[in-house]
Design a binder for this molecule. Structure first.
Ligand code: CA
Length: 244
C-alpha cells in the first residue's frame, strides 16, 4: 500500500490501515473516491453534509480528512476553522472546484494542509494523501489513539474521554499491544509472546491473560463507557468500539 517506500526507521505505518474521512456532497464523486481509496486499503467514511462531518470529527479520530468546500448545512472552511480552533491537527486536504488564488490562500490560512482542484487525477490525490499521512505519522508516532482512548507513549499516560486512567505496567503493555493492532484480532499467543517473553512456550498463560484482561476492562470500560475489548472465542481479543 501507500507506505511501502517508507524508510524502515519510521514507525510501522505499513501495519496500519489509515482512516480517511471524505466530506463530499456530490454522491458520484464521493462514491468514486470511496471505491478508489478502499481499493488502496484505506478505511473510508463518507459524510455528505457539513453538520454531519462536524459531528463525526468530534466523535471519531481520523488520519486524514478530504474536505469539499461547498457543502450543505455547513461550509467546509467553517468546519476546518472550528477544527483548528479546537487544536485538532488532523491533516486536511481540501477538494474544491474553486480555483482562484484567493480561494487557495483562504483555505490554507484556515488551516488546510493541502489543496486539490477538481477535476483531479486519482493518482495525484493518492500521492498527496501519502505525503500528508507520512507527515502525520511522524508527528503522531508518540501517541496511540483508538476512538476516545489515547496513550502517550513517552509519558505512558493513558486517558479515555480525556480522563486519566491508572494502569499497572502489565495492563499498560496489554493495552498498548491491543491498540497497536486495533480492529485486528490479537491472539493469546501474541499477547503471551509480547508481554511475558521470558516464559517458556510450553507454559499456558491463559489464566494470567484472563486476569489481566478483566482488570483492564474494569479500568477502561467503567461507568457508561462503551465496551472496547472484545473476546474472540478460541483466538484472542480485539479492540474496537461497540456500535451503539
Ligand atoms: Ca460540493
Amino acid at each position: 500500500m501507500a507506505t511501502q517506500n517508507d524508510r524502515p526507521s519510521e514507525t510501522p505505518s505499513h501495519n496500519i490501515r489509515h482512516r480517511l474521512l471524505i466530506v463530499e456532497d456530490e454522491r458520484k464523486v464521493a462514491d468514486a473516491l470511496r471505491e478508489g481509496l478502499e481499493g488502496e486499503n484505506y478505511r473510508v467514511t463518507v459524510e455528505e453534509t457539513g453538520e454531519a462531518a462536524f459531528f463525526r470529527l468530534n466523535t471519531e479520530q481520523f488520519d486524514l480528512v478530504l474536505l469539499d468546500i461547498g457543502l450543505p448545512t455547513r461550509d467546509g472552511l467553517d468546519i476546518l476553522k472550528a477544527l483548528r480552533d479546537d487544536n485538532d491537527g488532523t491533516p486536511v486536504l481540501i477538494l474544491t472546484a474553486r480555483d482562484t488564488t484567493t480561494d487557495r490562500v483562504t483555505g490554507l490560512r484556515a488551516g488546510a494542509d493541502d489543496y486539490l482542484v477538481k477535476p483531479f487525477a486519482f493518482a495525484e490525490l493518492l500521492a498527496r494523501i501519502e505525503v500528508l499521512l507520512r507527515r502525520g505519522t511522524i508527528a503522531s508516532a508518540q501517541r496511540l489513539i483508538a476512538g476516545d482512548i489515547e496513550i502517550d507513549l513517552q509519558s505512558r499516560h493513558v486517558t479515555r474521554n480525556r480522563q486519566f486512567i491508572e494502569l499497572t505496567a502489565k495492563e499498560y503493555e496489554f493495552l498498548v499491544c491491543l491498540m497497536q493492532h486495533d480492529h485486528q484480532v490479537v491472539s493469546r499467543e501474541t499477547l503471551a509472546r509480547e508481554l511475558w517473553p521470558e516464559t517458556a512456550r510450553s507454559v499456558t498463560l491463559n489464566n494470567v491473560i484472563d486476569v489481566h484482561v478483566s482488570r483492564l476492562r474494569r479500568k477502561i470500560e467503567c461507568g457508561n463507557l462503551t465496551k472496547l475489548i472484545h473476546t474472540v472465542r478460541g483466538v484472542g481479543f480485539i479492540l474496537r468500539e461497540e456500535k451503539p
